[in-house]
Design a protein around this ligand. Structure first.
Ligand code: ADP
Length: 274
């Protein structure tokens, strides 16, 4: 037996990574935070864009990486039509609203579906994490694709992730997937900063609060898994409109009640890391 072979940790035996395997930091940023949702359509990209803008508004340098290769949203939500420049070695992020942005959507025709197999997705993620010249960022916010697939694995196993926030609506069907998402990050050793309940209620003109997708499910799930509950974001037509117009609500109207929720959250994240 060759006793010089690196020892394998229990968690890494499955993928044969040595115990002292070092995850790559993303050059140019202090902290990398994933915004994840187990299910699509719960407002993950809306959350990622607005959180990035809120962190900027409190004076931090922020990047936004759209890692949703099959369904990139950042070009639309930030109203970016340009192509990133390259010096032959590295891609330059496109800066909008003082946020350094990168998305596969900048490189492809927006209406062409990405028909890629897993290894191509992995390779695109590696390009975005190793070959983009992010500059002096405090935080890189990563908009993950929904689910627990190749992108999550590549990030969690190979890249130094400093935290993850899981976004969900309170519906049972979304929560089931959230539980899978929590277990995935726990298993891969990525710290979950907490869970957000997006589109949790709607304040009607009649003064009543309508719990359209159910009540308290995200908070209950957070408690069940001993994770922090980071709060509720109501449904607001403004949020959708601003996203569609390429200027997310935090940038369009910092005084809006939803923008204030994002700003509070940004302060909390800042005080956690800096
Ligand atoms: P995901 O990234 O999870 O697929 P998106 O961020 O694209 O979800 O959001 C899905 C839709 O829901 C978008 O049309 C978005 O504008 C809308 N949306 C997200 N959050 C809210 C909210 N708090 N209020 C109203 N609409 C919202």
């Amino acid at each position: 037996m060759d006793d010089k072979k690196p020892e394998l940790s229990a968690a890494s035996k499955g993928n044969l990574r040595p115990k002292n395997f070092k995850k790559n930091p993303i050059i140019g940023t202090k902290f990398t935070i994933a915004i994840s949702s187990a299910k699509g359509g719960v407002g993950k990209s809306t959350f990622a864009t607005n959180l990035a803008l809120a962190l900027k508004k409190i004076g931090l340098k922020v990047g936004l990486l759209d890692a949703d290769i099959y369904g990139p949203s950042i070009p639309k939500m930030f109203g970016i039509d340009d192509k990133p420049k390259s010096d032959g070695q590295k891609l330059e992020p496109i800066t909008k609203y003082d946020i350094q942005c990168m998305s596969i959507g900048f490189l492809t025709d927006q209406q062409t579906p990405m028909i890629w197999r897993g290894p191509m997705v992995t390779s695109a993620i590696k390009t975005f994490t190793q070959k983009v010249s992010w500059k002096d960022l405090d935080f890189l916010i990563v908009d993950m694709p929904p689910g627990t697939g190749d992108t999550q694995l590549t990030f969690s196993q190979e890249i130094k992730m400093d935290g993850a926030i899981i976004v969900s609506t309170p519906q049972e069907v979304a929560l089931l997937d959230v539980k899978r998402g929590i277990k995935m990050f726990d298993k891969l050793g990525v710290k979950i900063l907490g869970l957000i309940d997006n589109m949790s209620f709607f304040n009607g003109d009649d003064g009543k609060r309508y719990k359209i997708f159910g009540d308290g499910g995200v908070k209950k799930t957070a408690e069940e898994f001993n994770k922090e509950f980071l709060g509720e974001i109501p449904i607001s037509p403004e949020v959708g409109r601003c996203g569609d117009e390429g200027k997310p609500i935090v940038e369009a109207d910092a005084e809006n009640e939803i923008s204030k929720i994002y700003l509070e959250l940004a302060k909390k994240i800042k005080s956690t890391y800096l």
